[in-house]
Each structure stands twice: as structure tokens, then as C-alpha cells.
Design a protein around this ligand. Structure first.
Ligand SMILES: Cc1cc2nc3c(=O)[nH]c(=O)nc-3n(C[C@H](O)[C@H](O)[C@H](O)COP(=O)(O)OP(=O)(O)OC[C@H]3O[C@@H](n4cnc5c(N)ncnc54)[C@H](O)[C@@H]3O)c2cc1C
Length: 390
């Protein structure tokens, strides 16, 4: 069957592609989304699964990013209560930790202020350490600080946004990769890997870390920026876990321990890739760093490779020329023509801020059409949902 012409064709079923599809479809545009694998098969199912402001970004004075992400956190807690939960996070501080407890407490105070008082924090009494964090190394432990943030199931959240887009009439095709796209001045002619063809007035490239690979299949060549591809890995360990712990890895990076399906999920690492693989996989060094970090903090129940139940490995794009840690986590949007765009490339930022970034994308998209429309996704609830397809 020939697909009818659409206003928008979106490439990529990650949180950004689905978020833009939802915002555009709710605004009344006719939208098709194509995904080469399944919804949320890229970075949007491989993240640390936190809906957070990003405490660590305060050290780089990224106050606006943290403020916006905290505002979005509160929004998602409201519109997706089945998918996003408020949680207490614990920061153990040792005698040899890089930051003293009072420094971290100052950060938490600022975090609390930026959240409008919705990220309470406190210092645990020594007597609480072992009840709240059983098995945690206590040798050299000076303080444990606790603060409120939120967590989710990233893939389920993405599927829920896709289901919402679908409910507003968006057509979603999984197992449908873009093979080529060309623009005749009015319409994009898009060919899929299986030979099907589709036409749309505006093309949105939300293919995450595959962005440049997808760009190479588009005529005329769309605008691009140089990026670094940073891979991060989490390991699901066969250990019980009921608390969210924010700490330093053995090589001094931020590392989270969190409960996941009744077990302990630990990550993440940062490894720069020269090019984007078809499917990212963890390096030996990432695996050994995560295991060593686990064994440092839980010396009573050391883990080996035999205790790894699953691995999550995702890649994010960061602007070139910056350190992986210091680089911006804001989404970047590149249009072929800012005034009258026919192409929009969306370099995804945080999972947390997908909704507000999708609204920004929609404002750009609306410029293409004679009668711009703009739905407000703050008032669209998201339910837990299964697979979105067809
Ligand atoms: C290790 C790690 C941890 C993170 N932790 C957090 C966190 O805790 N909290 C937070 O807020 N953010 C976090 N992030 C950031 C966040 O997960 C990502 O920025 C976000 O998921 C990016 O979404 P996306 O839609 O841009 O990309 P993706 O989710 O990668 O989606 C891109 C999609 O495009 C599809 N695609 C590619 N090529 C084609 C083609 N030719 N045709 C059709 N489809 C195609 C892919 O299959 C993929 O599904 C983390 C990121 C990483 C890597």
C-alpha cells in the first residue's frame, strides 16, 4: 500500500524522535516515524535511567541546564507517575574522596534551591549507614548525604511517548530503516531499506549517534556539526540492591549503583569511539572498571564476570573539542534554513529534557507551514504501555 503524503517524516524511534512525533501529532500535523530496529533500541534504553537535574553539572556552573532539567523532572513526575518515581539518592564520602562533605552539601543546597524546594537533602546519622546501605564499605567513611531525585525505565518511557504519538494519529514503522532521502523543493522522497517509499514535506533526523550516517544518505547534504561519540556501559550484577548510590569509580568518574529488576545496575564509563558501530558493546576495560568499583565499595561480596547478568551499552554525542565530562548535555538543532526549514537534525541531549526540547523542535517545524500549530505536551498524560508498532 502506498503511504499518503505526510507533513513530517521522523527518522529514529528514540526518546527524541518519539517526543517530537508526539508534540507534532498532538498539534495536528500528519506524522510518520520510521525506526530501523525497535522503539528505544538505541541510547534511549541504555541510559542510567535517571530523570534528574544532574547534580554534577553544577560544578561546571551549568545552572540553566540543571534548572530546566529539574523543572522537566517535576513535569514528568506529574504527567507520567507510573513511569517516573521520586527516589532518595545516597552519596558516601570517604576520607580520600575528591570532594569533602561540606562541598557536596553546598551543591545539594543549590540543587534544592533550583528545584524550588523539591529536592530535599540531609546528612545520615552514623547509625543509619548500614541499614540504608547494607554491605557498603565503612572503612574511611566520613559522611553519607542523601538527596531526592527521580528514576525511570527509559525504554518504557520512550514507548509510552510513542504510544501517545500514535494515539494522535502518528504512523510508526519499526524494522524500517531509512536507505535514502532526496528533496525536490516541495517534498522529500524517502526510500526505506526494504524498498518502500514515502513522501513528506519536512524531514526530521533524530537518529541519535547514527546522525551522520543518516546524513550521508540525504540529498542535498544537510547541515552537520562535528561531534564526539562517547560510549557508556552499565552492568547488571547478580547482587541485591535497594538504594540509589552516587559515587566515584576507581578512576575518579561519576558512578551510580541503582536497583534494576531486583538486582544491582552499576555504571557508567566513558569511552570515546572513532566511529559508530552497528551495535555498541562494552570494552574489556569498561567491564573491569565497573567490577573493580563494585568491589571497592562492597568488599564483602566481590563480583567477577560470572556475576554479570546483563550489559547496557549506549553512545551519546557531545560537541567536538570539549572534554566528555565538561561537554554540554543540551540538545542541538540544526535546520537547513532557520526561517523556512525543510530539514531538521536533532542531536539529542538528556532523556530528562526530551519533552521541552521537542517543544523547541516543534516551534522550528511550525515555521515551514502556513498555519503553525502548537500543542502543549505538558497537559498530555503518559501511561505505562507496551510495544508501539504499525
Ligand atoms: C550511557 C548513557 C547514560 C545516560 N544516562 C542518562 C540519564 O540517566 N538521564 C538522562 O536524562 N539522560 C541520560 N543519557 C542521555 C540519553 O539517554 C540520550 O541522550 C537519549 O536517549 C538520546 O535519545 P535519541 O532519541 O537522540 O537517540 P537514540 O535513543 O539513540 O535513538 C536514535 C534511534 O535512531 C534509530 N536509527 C538510526 N539510524 C536509523 C535509520 N537509518 N533509519 C531509521 N532509524 C534509525 C536507532 O535505531 C535509534 O533507535 C545517557 C546516555 C548514555 C549514552
Amino acid at each position: 500500500m502506498v503511504e499518503p503524503d505526510r507533513d513530517l517524516l521522523i527518522v529514529g524511534g528514540g526518546i527524541y524522535g518519539c517526543g517530537i512525533a508526539q508534540a507534532a501529532a498532538a498539534s495536528g500535523y500528519s506524522v510518520t516515524l520510521i525506526e530501523k530496529n525497535n522503539i528505544a533500541s538505541g541510547a534511549s534504553s541504555q541510559s542510567t535511567k535517571l530523570i534528574h537535574g544532574g547534580l554534577r553539572y553544577l560544578e561546571q556552573v551549568k545552572v540553566r541546564l540543571v534548572f530546566e532539567a529539574l523543572r522537566e523532572r517535576e513535569m514528568l513526575l506529574k504527567i507520567a507517575p507510573e513511569l517516573v518515581q521520586r527516589e532518595w539518592f545516597f552519596i558516601p564520602i570517604y576520607a580520600d574522596s575528591r570532594r569533602p562533605w561540606w562541598f557536596v552539601a553546598c551543591g545539594l543546597l543549590l540543587y534544592w534551591l533550583l528545584s524550588g524546594g523539591r529536592s530535599r537533602f540531609r546528612r545520615l546519622h552514623e547509625g543509619e549507614w548500614q541499614t540504608v546501605l547494607p554491605g557498603l564499605k565503612t572503612e574511611g567513611l566520613c559522611a553519607v548525604l542523601a538527596y531526592e531525585d527521580a528514576a525511570t525505565d527509559d525504554a518504557a518511557l520512550t514507548r509510552a511517548v510513542a504510544a501517545s504519538a500514535k494515539a494522535y494519529g502518528c504512523r510508526i514503522f519499526e524494522d524500517s530503516g531509512l536507505a535514502s532521502a532526496s528533496y525536490d523543493g516541495n517534498f522529500w522522497l524517502v526510500r526505506l531499506d526494504d524498498g518502500r517509499e514515502m513522501r513528506a514535506r519536512l524531514l526530521v533526523n533524530a537518529s541519535g549517534p547514527w546522525m551522520h550516517e543518516v546524513c550521508s544518505r540525504i540529498i542535498p547534504a544537510p547541515p552537520e556539526v562535528a561531534v564526539r561519540l562517547i560510549q557508556g556501559t552499565h552492568l547488571l550484577l547478580d547482587r541485591p540492591c535497594r538504594s540509589y548510590i552516587y559515587t566515584e569509580s576507581v578512576d575518579g568518574r561519576v558512578m551510580f549503583f541503582r536497583p534494576w529488576k531486583g538486582k544491582m545496575l552499576v555504571g557508567t564509563t566513558e569511552v570515546e569511539l572513532a566511529e559508530m558501530p552497528l551495535k555498541p558493546f562494552p570494552t574489556k576495560n569498561e567491564v573491569s572498571t565497573i567490577l573493580a568499583t563494585h568491589n571497592l565499595y562492597f568488599p564483602g561480596s566481590p563480583c567477577s564476570e560470572a556475576d554479570i547478568l546483563d550489559t547496557f551499552c549506549g553512545v551519546r554525542m557531545l560537541p567536538a573539542g570539549s572534554g566528555a565530562f565538561a561537554a554540554s548535555r543540551e540538545a542541538l538543532m540544526l535546520a537547513d534554513d532557520e526561517r523556512l526549514p525543510a530539514y531538521l537534525g536533532v542531536y539529542g541531549g538528556k532523556l530528562t529534557t526530551y519533552r521541552s526540547e521537542a517543544q523547541k523542535a516543534l516551534a522550528l517545524i511550525a515555521r515551514h507551514f502556513p498555519e503553525p500549530q502548537h500543542a502543549d505536551t505538558r497537559s498530555i498524560p503518559l501511561g505505562d504501555s507496551g510495544k508501539a508498532s504499525g
